[in-house]
Design a protein. Structure first.
Length: 104
């Protein structure tokens, strides 16, 4: 596993990062949400980043994404708002599948 400079990981809900994954510079991972009241109690949402995942620079993984499947790639500066299937490339805001990958 490699976590580069400037990565922010909110572990309120718990974040499991599996083997051989790469989180590039400046990426942010959120694992909680809260109500609109500034005094509301945060609700943790567990998150799993599968093996061999590559999260690009400055990508934003929002709380509603509970998992990123094995071998997937999140393009730089993408905003991930839902879980990602294994072996896909996602990009954009919001992130969407732009390519399916082989199972290598």
């Amino acid at each position: 596993m490699q976590i580069n400079r400037g990565v922010k990981i909110d572990h309120t809900g718990g974040v499991l990062i599996r083997e051989h994954s790469l989180i590039s510079e400046g990426a942010t991972i959120y694992s909680h949400t809260h109500g609109t009241d500034p005094h509301s109690i945060p609700k943790g949402i567990p998150k799993t980043i599968g093996p061999k995942v590559w999260i690009g620079a400055h990508a934003l993984i929002m709380e509603n994404c509970s998992s990123i499947g094995e071998g997937s790639v999140v393009a730089a500066a993408s905003v991930v708002t839902k879980s990602i299937d294994p072996h896909v490339v996602v990009a954009g805001n919001p992130a969407r599948v732009i390519r399916r990958l082989g199972n290598d």
